[in-house]
Design a protein. Structure first.
Ligand SMILES: [Zn+2]
Length: 502
């Protein structure tokens, strides 16, 4: 069965194992497939092509919207206190078979900066040394991946193609999964710099489209070696942020950022090296994770010790095993544990603690009411200047449908009133989609967008979109950049010099 243009069943990001779909999930999926068949035939389009269009995404969003309304209705029937009005809604054209109207409704000109992206080196030493990491990565690849070596679907070429050509993403930060160094890392730091160099060559030395994180595991082996590694990597000037997995360790034991023996020396080192953005994965339990060190309290605590650093809580402590609702200070898991830590440590909104939506948005967007609580809580408590766009692409392939869904999403007036959530206005969406991250990394969004507007990637985008839709390129039109994964791959193989049309 083909993938839906927007996923409705529980997914994995390769870092955790998804839950089996519930009967409700299955009902929504069937309803979406029926709606897609009907809309495609009313549009007079081949079904496969319709699925690849914005109208395909809009049709699924409309189905999710209907499902949310009917659940709200059922809740209201059970209790008298709950209204039948949903908390989160998708605004899409009323007749989703109108393909051009859908394309217009779900398109945008925002500066999109994805702070949470992945790829792998399919031939790296990790493939032999870290079999469990390979299994995790294979588990999250899109089901339509048909490469003989499936890791190729998450290669550097696939990354540059699916993310920069296949979506409205302008700038991305490249990260990695838990590892202890170059021997078991799907992308060792030097290879991440390689990806950045390739992207820069393609853009002909304009503004950079790829920023790089350096993942460190200070609890794997002697600490001093990791501090030296941080220093050597920072000397390349390529480290935009350091990232840790506090809940991970080679022996299954994590560490705390406010531990004087491990966390604090690492933070002091980052601080002294001038790398002022520090990221930690929190929540979203991975295989072999140490739950005791997966809570956000330590990263919020150290934000008070290092007030001139910026701390990013990846996944915002979201946990798939917890249903998000109105803030509950006693919640054992999830985003409420992050909000509680902000309260305990007296961190006001829009302070030096940030959150990213990687995988969180992709999962909660399937349940609009829960999505409204997640965004409402983060925007009001972390602050509307501190929520960062992240997608975990290219796990799952191109993030374009996630971007489209976010554009269409609204927090209902009822939830705004009842829970004091802000309205998800276009201005707030622009902040979340990119302006906040630009601010965090000191990037001038407007200047960057101008610098990149005429680069080969920007110019090749329309042609790449045509090719994805099985379109035929006009004979006289030769796009000024690689348009397909195959062209991207051959460019990467043959040179690191600027792209020249064949
Ligand atoms: Zn990730």
């Amino acid at each position: 069965m083909t993938d839906l243009p927007f996923p409705v069943l529980p997914g994995s990001n390769g870092e955790y194992i998804p839950d089996p779909p519930t009967a409700h999930d299955r009902d929504v999926e069937h309803a979406a497939r029926r709606a897609l068949d009907e809309a495609a035939s009313r549009a007079g389009m081949d079904r496969r092509r319709f699925l690849q269009s914005a109208a395909g995404v809009a049709t699924v969003l409309a189905t999710l919207d209907l499902a949310a309304c009917s659940s709200a209705g059922k809740r209201a029937a059970r209790t008298t206190s709950t209204s039948a009005r949903p908390g989160g809604t998708y605004t899409v054209p009323p007749t989703t078979h109108e393909v051009e109207a859908c394309a217009a409704a779900l398109s945008g000109t925002e500066f999109v900066f994805d702070v949470h992206t992945h790829h792998v080196m399919p031939d790296g030493p990790w493939v032999k040394n870290a079999p469990s990491t390979v299994q995790l990565v294979l588990g999250m690849l899109p089901t339509d991946c048909s490469a003989a070596n499936r890791l190729e679907c998450a290669s550097r070429a696939a990354y540059l193609h699916d993310l920069l050509l296949g979506s409205d993403t302008t700038v991305a930060m490249l990260t990695d999964v838990p590892n202890s160094g170059p021997a078991d890392a799907p992308i060792p730091f030097t290879d991440a710099l390689g990806t950045q160099a390739f992207a820069n060559a393609l853009t002909r030395g304009g503004a950079s489209r790829v920023l790089v994180q350096n993942i460190i595991a200070p609890n794997a082996g002697p600490l001093a070696a990791h501090l030296d590694e941080m220093e050597a990597n920072a000397a390349t000037k390529g480290v935009a942020a350091f990232k840790v997995y506090t809940a991970w360790g080679p022996d299954g034991r994590g560490f705390a950022l406010d531990d004087p023996a491990i966390g604090l020396p690492v933070l002091q080192k980052a601080h002294d090296l001038g790398v002022k953005v520090f990221v930690s994965h929190k929540g979203l339990p991975l295989v072999n994770f140490d739950a005791a060190h997966n809570t956000p309290d330590d990263i919020v605590a150290v934000s008070r010790i290092f007030p001139d650093m910026q701390f990013v809580v990846f996944h915002g402590a979201w946990n798939k095993n917890h249903v998000e609702g109105p803030y509950d200070a006693n919640a054992p898991l999830g985003i409420d544990t992050f909000l509680r830590a902000l309260d305990v440590h007296n961190v006001p909104p829009n302070s030096n603690v940030w959150v990213d939506l990687g995988t969180v948005w992709r999962e909660v967007s399937k349940r609009p009411d829960e999505a409204a609580h997640v965004l409402g809580k983060l925007l009001s408590r972390a602050g509307e200047d501190r929520v960062l766009w992240g997608t975990d692409a290219i796990w799952y392939g191109s993030p374009q449908s996630q971007i489209m869904a976010f554009r269409a999403f609204q927090i209902s007036v009822e939830y705004q009133d009842r829970y004091h959530y802000p309205a998800l206005t276009d201005a707030v969406k622009r902040k979340v989609l990119g302006l906040n991250a630009a601010n965090l990394f000191g990037i001038d969004a407007e200047a960057t967008r101008c610098a990149l507007a005429a680069d080969p990637i920007a110019q090749a985008k329309p042609a790449a979109a045509e090719l994805r839709n099985d379109g035929v390129l006009p004979a006289a039109y030769r796009p000024n950049g690689p348009t397909s994964r195959r062209e991207m791959l051959s460019w990467l193989r043959h040179s690191a010099t600027p792209w020249t049309p064949a």
